[in-house]
Ligand binder design. Structure first.
Ligand SMILES: Nc1ncnc2c1ncn2[C@@H]1O[C@H](COP(=O)(O)OP(=O)(O)OP(=O)(O)O)[C@@H](O)[C@H]1O
Ligand SMILES: [Mg+2]
Length: 350
């Protein structure tokens, strides 16, 4: 091992991927390495809290003062503001630097950027809250299932066919809801290759609208089709296509149900063939529309504005399916007027 020259020591400190600063007792910065210089500017004549723009005054728990007092190493997490105004989360260590007589001459601070770890921590907290919300939603459905089973049992005991049928309807309704949530979660939890085959998109649209027509009518919503007969067949994953249309129509129905301002509600499902062979499917509603704050969030994983009634899986699954097809999903919406979602499937050779 050979002794380092001062020059070499400084170069080593300058090449460290963290901020290194040296402070005196009055918290003035005596020296800072290249990284600190680059992100926080010239430290000359500044205190550490001025350089790092933590606040106008020194921190309530000042690590530098603590190290001067007890000669020990201290650490804490902090948020610093760079010369450009960006906020970064750092883990700061302060350690005393002793002079020739053993006295504490200065304190060196090293700050490591932990912004990505913090971001991950936030995501994990969000995920935890989401799972809790999902579990709550499932619990509600289970209660519905329980209620159905109770009515079936009572009907069986009373030998009352009508009661059995009523209970059985409740069981089926809640079973469907649970299966859909579980399928959606499984769909999102792994990468899968779409099962591409020749499908007739217009037939799938008719199938889905048949499924929803009665429910929609029950809420006073008219479900209408505007199909391009040029859309005869396309290479797609049939289940994926079914799921995309189902999710968009289910959302459109919710938006109409929640809209208390219009007397008549209309949902239109359209298909169009593009000159490039692409197939575009649109679902347009005259429901609530999407306000500006919500617009940025609807494609976020698990985002739902429907509280207990939504899992936020619908558009997550839809977006995943569209990506798997190399396609896109976009929307335009006017708050209070309605929304149109557009799913575009590119042409695919057979
Ligand atoms: N047609 C629409 N009109 C108004 N808002 C919509 C429409 N489609 C989606 N949204 C908004 O986007 C959010 C996310 O939709 P998504 O389908 O992912 O979840 P969800 O419908 O809330 O729950 P789930 O699909 O599990 O029932 C909705 O909660 C709603 O705020
Ligand atoms: Mg939905």
């Amino acid at each position: 091992m050979h002794d380092l020259t001062t020059d070499q020591s400084v170069r080593i400190l300058d090449s460290l991927p963290c901020y290194v600063t040296l402070m005196d007792r009055r918290l003035r910065v005596l020296w800072s390495n290249d990284a600190a210089h680059r992100d926080f500017g010239d430290p000359l004549g500044k205190t550490c809290y001025e350089l790092f723009r933590v606040r106008g005054d020194k921190c309530s728990e000042c690590l530098v003062e603590q190290s001067f007092q007890d000669g020990a190493i201290h650490n804490k997490e902090m948020t610093l503001v760079t010369a450009e105004g960006d906020r970064i989360d750092v883990l700061v260590y302060s350690s005393p630097v002793r002079g020739d007589n053993g006295e504490i001459a200065s304190v060196v601070e090293t700050a490591v950027n932990i912004s990505s770890v913090k971001e991950m921590q936030k995501q994990l907290i969000l995920l935890g809250q989401t799972v809790a919300g999902l579990a709550h939603g499932l619990k509600n459905i289970m209660m519905g299932l329980d209620g159905g089973i109770y009515v079936v049992n009572r009907g069986l005991q009373d030998k009352n066919q009508a009661e059995v049928r009523e209970g059985w309807e409740m069981v089926l309704f809640n079973f469907d809801k649970i299966s859909k949530i579980v399928k959606d979660i499984l769909y999102c939890s792994k990468d899968r290759e779409p099962n591409i085959q020749e499908v007739q998109p217009n037939s799938v649209i008719r199938e889905v609208s048949d499924l929803f027509r009665e429910t929609a009518r029950g809420y006073g919503i008219t479900l209408q089709l505007d199909l391009d007969e040029e859309v005869t067949h396309a290479e797609m994953d049939p289940d994926g296509l079914h799921s995309v249309i189902t999710n968009l129509v289910a959302n459109a129905i919710d938006a109409c149900k929640m809209d208390l301002w219009k007397d008549e509600h209309l949902i239109e499902i359209r298909s169009r063939k593009g000159a490039d062979g692409s197939v575009t499917i649109e679902v347009a509603d005259n429901g609530t529309g999407i306000d500006r704050d919500t617009k940025d969030q609807i494609f976020e994983d698990f985002f739902s504005s429907k509280g207990d009634k939504g899992t936020g899986l619908g558009l997550m699954v839809t977006q995943k399916i569209m990506k798997e097809h190399g396609g896109s999903i976009t929307f335009r919406s006017r708050p209070g007027q309605g929304t149109t979602f557009t799913a575009k499937f590119p042409h695919r050779e057979t």
